[in-house]
Structure formats: structure tokens, C-alpha cells
Design a protein. Structure first.
Lengths: 258, 73
């Protein structure tokens, strides 16, 4: 029993900000998140470049994997949301999707165990990129004032309604969209991290109790950890997909004709 | 692979987009007009809560109108 108590006492509890600063690294600028982002970028570059260095007509297995990923995003997201004009955004959406999936999956990789997207700063940057992109696309296609008028003014309603509707449209198009894009990803990954932490730490605490029944019950906490890990895999892919679909959807409203 | 994609009109919003837009418009409507109502309430020195409540209701109505018009729902 004392051995099990040691297990619980070895947990670094409560977690502190210092946990993000890995030992032996220089300066306050390099945290665990920094390393994970570098790792994700490096892995993606290696994956894509390696798979597509010598493209052949009959694809190799690696090339097939990359092509089906790209094809999925191009046909299932870009073309589905924006029509054929959207295909030029498929590379951006594919890279965005792969990056978010990979960094989300870091949340359940042993040793990394937290997704950079659990830190609001990273989803904010990703959402800002999509936000600036769809604004820029809209302004380039329609011109600044016409794009503003398209975004804010609903055609074919009596003019007094515009006083009511313009603040709503403004908040929806220029504030809500980027904010919800960032917060949705952040909250999902953060909540997932907390759930895994609660079940794991809870299991150890129960194991360290001196009541045999509570010790035996800890098995359910650990089972839930395993179950939730698979659930987190689902959430990781799903949230990346949602992020990309909504980015494409916002782009499509910038490209719309009327 | 067979070419089974169906290019849609850009007017026709996708279902994911509509679902997000409906909730977004409601939040935006209640938020924007709630804020305006709150400001008016403070500016005119009205009893607490009147302006923000009225604003939120106006905003919700505006948002529903907008959803009906913009998304043809």
C-alpha cells in the first residue's frame, strides 16, 4: 500500500506554469509549446516534401496518402463550399487542416500530452490568418466599400431596418466569426486536456486512498482515461475539420457575387 | 474516380455554414443591441436593466428577421 501512496505523491501537483518550461532550455522564449510547434511544422514539411519529391503517375503509398488528404480537402471542403473558384484555396485549407490535426493529436501523444491549441494564443493566430485572408479576398474581389456594403447591408429591405440590422451584421461578420473560430478550437482542446487530466489524476488519488473499495474503483477512472483518449482522437480530427469548413465557408461569402 | 462533385451556386449556403450563421446571428443580434441598449440606458439615466433588456429583445427580433431574409430559413 505504501508503494501506491508513493505513486500519488510523485505526481507534480498542483501543476504550475513552470511545467511549460522544459529543463535545460535557454531563456523564457522556448516553452514546451514552442518545441511542439516546431515539431509539427518539421513533421509536416518532411511528410509533404518526402511524399511528393518524385511524383509518379501511379502513386506510391506515401504519395497516395498525401493525394487523398489533399483530394479530401479540395473536393470535400473547398469545392463543396466555394464551387470551382474555391480550388485555388485548397492548398491553404489542406495545410491548415493537417497542421491543426497534428497539433490536436499532440494532446494524446505520450510525452507531449497537451495540444498547443489548448493555449488560446495558437487558435487566435490560426483564426486571424483565416480572418485576414477572407477579408483580403473580399476586398480584392469587390473593392473595399462594395465589400463593406455587401457584408453589412441586406438588399431589398425597407431602409429603417438597416439601422437595426447593420450593427448585427457588423458584429457577426467582423467580430463573431474570428472569435468563435478561435474559441471553438481552443475550448475543445482545453476541455479535452482537462478531462484526461481529471481521470488520470483522479485514478491515482483513488489508488492512494487507504480504503480498499476506493482503490478498486480507481480502475474505472483509468478505463475512462483510455476511453476519453480515443474520444479525444475523434475530437482532434473533427475540430480541425470544422475549423477548415468554416474558414472555407467564410471565404465563400467573400467570393459571393451578389 | 467518377466525377460526382456538384458545384453549387455560391448563393446557396452549405448546411454547416447555415447552422453556424443562425447561432452567430442570434448572438450577434442580442449582443450588439444589448450593448447599445445598455449605453442608452446609462446615457439617459434610465432605471437599471430596462435599456439592456429592451435592446436584447430588439436585437433578437432583428437577428430572426436577418436569418429569415439572409438565409431563407
Amino acid at each position: 500500500m505504501s508503494g501506491q501512496l508513493v505513486v500519488a505523491q510523485d505526481l507534480p501537483w498542483p501543476p504550475t506554469v513552470d511545467d511549460f518550461f522544459l529543463p535545460g532550455l535557454v531563456g523564457p522564449w522556448i516553452t514546451k509549446f514552442t518545441i511542439m510547434i516546431w515539431l509539427a511544422v518539421a513533421l509536416l514539411i518532411v511528410f509533404f516534401v518526402n511524399a511528393y519529391r518524385k511524383p509518379t503517375l501511379v502513386p506510391s503509398r506515401k504519395q497516395w496518402a498525401v493525394e487523398s488528404l489533399y483530394g479530401l480537402i479540395r473536393d470535400g471542403v473547398a469545392r463543396d463550399q466555394m464551387g470551382d473558384t474555391g480550388i485555388k484555396f485548397a492548398p491553404y485549407l489542406t495545410v491548415l487542416f493537417s497542421f491543426i490535426v497534428l497539433t490536436n493529436i499532440f494532446g494524446i501523444v505520450p510525452g507531449l500530452q497537451i495540444s498547443p491549441n489548448s493555449h488560446i494564443a495558437f487558435p487566435i493566430v490560426l483564426a486571424l490568418i483565416s480572418f485576414v485572408l477572407y477579408l483580403a479576398v473580399g476586398v480584392r474581389k469587390h473593392g473595399f466599400f462594395r465589400y463593406l456594403r455587401m457584408s453589412l447591408i441586406l438588399p431589398g429591405v425597407p431602409w429603417p431596418m438597416h439601422i437595426l440590422l447593420i450593427p448585427i451584421e457588423f458584429l457577426q461578420n467582423f467580430v463573431n466569426r474570428p472569435v468563435t473560430l478561435a474559441v471553438r478550437l481552443f475550448a475543445n482542446m482545453f476541455a479535452g486536456h482537462l478531462i484526461l487530466l481529471v481521470f488520470t489524476v483522479g485514478g491515482f488519488v483513488m489508488l492512494a486512498s487507504d480504503n480498499l473499495f476506493i482503490q478498486a474503483s480507481s480502475i474505472f477512472a483509468f478505463l475512462m482515461t483510455v476511453l476519453m483518449t480515443f474520444f479525444e482522437l475523434l475530437v482532434a480530427v473533427l475540430q480541425a475539420y470544422v475549423f477548415v469548413v468554416l474558414s472555407a465557408n467564410y471565404l465563400s461569402t467573400s467570393l459571393a457575387e451578389q | 474516380m467518377a466525377d460526382h462533385h456538384h458545384p453549387r451556386d455560391s448563393d446557396e449556403p452549405s448546411s454547416e455554414g447555415v447552422a453556424g450563421a443562425v447561432v452567430g446571428y442570434l448572438i450577434a443580434g442580442i449582443g450588439a443591441w444589448g450593448l447599445i441598449g445598455w449605453l442608452v440606458e446609462r446615457w439617459l439615466g434610465l432605471p437599471k436593466g430596462i435599456g439592456i433588456a429592451t435592446g436584447m429583445m430588439i436585437g433578437a427580433a432583428g437577428a430572426i428577421y436577418l436569418i429569415m431574409k439572409r438565409l431563407n430559413a
